[in-house]
Design a protein around this ligand. Structure first.
Ligand code: AMP
Length: 407
């Protein structure tokens, strides 16, 4: 069974095609700058021997439908394609950012689901409209394939009221759905599953802290396999310091910016989402560049790293307190998987108080494998586990399709 996973943004479509019987990635890529005169389409084919062939095509892609049709053409290309034609694709898995309180699990898409995703647009105005456009276009191009929505928020729906409710008038939760939802759910769930398979225990027996550090970053406290708290909030702006997002700030700062700098709300929203975080402090959101500059003695790069890791460390302490017993800490995503310095600084000084300590040598090893990096004296396992959100979406999609077929 072949499953196509798509993640539709406002001007992009990211895609991966999997052969589910062998769990093999067949092709991946991205259509970018859709609607601009110079769009870019990348296409990577992965051979059975894991050899990659990458091509980049500069083209004009008028709109998302045109983009997805171009992607299908590439996948079915006579010489470099990986499918005979579009009917080879049994199902499409869609990443949908916000499912609110309604969607606690992935779901087969029908008109009712589309209507519900549309109803959630006020909670995710930057993401749900393009996710929805991707679904509607895929349905028109693949009328006979199953379409499944996998929500970023779903895994966090087990968070109890005391952790999801903001202390603002209760009617704003009841009438306007203002509460913590949390995001990156597919990634947090994926690394919990991998940890539990690695240690050979049911996830329901495990208490974990999952730390997803990428351009967007979030942490989750997992008790008996279920999420009980997470750092992102009603939107992905809250919590950890991120590439360009501030994470936690005093809620009065926007009023200050408005009153004293005469900024309007759109400008404040852009400042906190696009001009803050690592970029706000030191001018770039690329952690590799920041670490190089820090090594070369750049003060602002050093401060950015310190602020970034301090926030992670603070939440490790908070979530340890929430969980009571802790079986493991998991680092994942671009920074979490690849940066020994960030992992080391984020756990520094936690040995004596919490029994959390990293082995510097193990921490320096690189690779795509799951690996343990705690020291011999550490009471808590500390692991680096690569996340694969798209494969997880494909697996969820297959489960839904199989369940539907067996009805
Ligand atoms: P993601 O959003 O998961 O793709 O992660 C993107 C972030 O990972 C960017 O800030 C990259 O600079 C960072 N990153 C990727 N590789 C490394 C590395 N080897 N060391 C430090 N940061 C890295």
């Amino acid at each position: 069974m072949k499953i196509l996973v798509i993640n539709t943004g406002s001007s992009s479509i990211k895609y991966k095609l999997f052969e589910m019987d062998s769990q093999r990635l067949l092709a991946s890529g991205m259509a970018e700058r859709i609607g601009e005169s110079q769009s870019v389409l990348t296409y990577k084919v992965i051979s059975e021997k894991n050899k990659e062939h990458v091509s980049e095509i500069n083209a004009t892609i008028h709109d998302h439908k045109h983009g997805l049709l171009r992607i299908v053409d590439l996948l079915a290309d006579k010489t470099s394609g990986v499918i005979a034609d579009k009917t080879d694709i049994s199902a499409i898995g869609h990443r949908v950012v916000h499912g609110g309180e309604q969607f606690k699990h992935p779901i087969l898409i029908d008109d009712t689901v589309i209507h519900a995703i549309r109803n959630h647009i006020p909670l995710a105005p930057l993401h749900n409209p393009s996710n929805l456009a991707g679904i509607e276009i895929a349905r028109s191009i693949f009328p006979d394939s199953a379409q499944v929505a996998v929500f970023d928020t779903a895994f966090h729906q087990t968070i109890p009221t005391k952790a999801f409710l903001y202390a603002i008038p209760y009617n704003l939760y009841e009438n306007k759905s203002i509460r913590r939802y949390g995001f990156h759910g597919t990634s947090h769930a994926n690394v919990v599953d991998k940890f539990s398979a690695y240690v050979g225990m049911q996830s329901s027996e495990l208490n974990l802290i999952t730390i997803h550090l990428g351009n967007g970053s979030s942490m989750a406290a997992i008790k008996n396999g279920q999420c009980v708290d997470t750092t992102m909030g009603m939107t992905p702006l809250e919590g950890l310091v991120m590439g360009t997002r501030s994470g936690d700030v005093d809620p009065s700062i926007p009023f200050f910016l408005s009153r004293h700098l005469k900024m309007n709300w759109n400008d404040v929203e852009t400042l906190l989402n696009k001009e803050s975080g690592l970029k706000g402090i030191c001018g770039t959101n690329d952690m590799r560049e920041i670490l190089q500059r820090r090594d070369a003695g750049d003060t602002l790069a050093d401060i950015a790293v310190e602020v970034y890791c301090y926030r992670v460390k603070k939440y490790i302490g908070a979530y340890y307190a929430v969980l009571g017993r802790l079986d493991g800490i998991i680092f994942t995503a671009g920074i979490g998987e690849n940066s020994p310095q960030i992992r080391e600084l984020s756990c520094s000084g936690l040995g004596a108080s919490m029994g959390i300590s990293i082995d510097s040598k193990k921490n320096e090893t690189h690779g795509n494998d799951i690996r343990e990096i705690q020291s011999e004296t550490s009471k808590i396992k500390i692991m680096v586990i690569p996340t694969d959100e798209e494969l997880a979406i494909a697996q969820e999609t297959k489960k839904i399709v199989d369940a539907f077929k067996s009805k």
